[in-house]
Design a protein around this ligand. Structure first.
Ligand SMILES: [Fe+2]
Length: 206
């Protein structure tokens, strides 16, 4: 996308529906079960899920509105993360760090019940629980991922700088994020420390 004279644009309303449909969106994509290889701790349970549901099963979808890709332009969109669990671990997005790592992001919960897992590349972590009406502002330098801990799709409205980009490899290189979110056996969720996590030292120093 070439830089646009943004003053020639004609801004208009974007309708955000509770199921994540975004009228006025310009693009979108879907992630399928096969795209989540390596994300869940229980590899055998992941293989069973592939056999049961099929590798092409959609697990989350993203729609967004982007008018330009220049620094300062915004991408506004929705993420719809379907419910479920694999090996007791709740459905999650792949997660990423922005390629321009200091770029922040807003997540606002439209519907459902979920978490945003956050790991600072310098070592600390945070978990923000979202239900409709709640939002979190993700600072630059934080790896982030959504987790659906409810029974319905977890739909968030997001907004971030159009030049931010996404580094999806950083999580695998660190042995996963620092926390895993699992079923607590009583209808809720609990957070477990991921013993495989080795930190983001290589990321922070590059
Ligand atoms: Fe992001």
């Amino acid at each position: 996308m070439s830089p646009t004279d943004t003053t020639t644009l004609r801004p208009s309303a974007l309708t955000v529906l509770s199921d994540g449909v975004l009228t006025g969106s310009t693009a979108g994509y879907e992630k399928r079960l096969a795209d989540m290889a390596g994300a869940y701790a229980d590899a055998a349970a992941f293989q069973r899920a592939i056999k049961t549901h099929g590798a092409d099963t959609v697990v989350y979808s993203v729609r967004f509105h982007q008018y330009d890709s220049s620094p300062g332009a915004l991408i506004v969109g929705t993420s719809t993360l379907l419910p479920g669990s694999i090996g007791g671990e709740f459905a999650m997005t792949r997660g990423h760090l922005h390629r321009i790592a200091n770029r922040g992001e807003l997540y606002y919960c439209v519907s459902g019940h979920g978490l945003v897992l956050l790991d600072a590349v310098s070592g600390s972590s945070a978990t923000v629980e979202l239900t409709p009406g709640l939002a979190t502002s993700i600072p630059g330098g934080w790896v982030h991922r959504s987790v659906n801990v409810g029974a319905e799709p977890f739909v968030t409205l997001f907004c971030y700088a159009a030049d931010a980009g996404q580094d999806y490899e950083v999580i695998a290189a660190a042995g996963g994020m620092s926390m895993r979110i699992v079923d607590d056996g009583d209808g809720g969720w609990q957070q477990l420390i991921n013993d495989e996590h080795q930190g983001y030292a290589r990321t922070a120093s590059r």
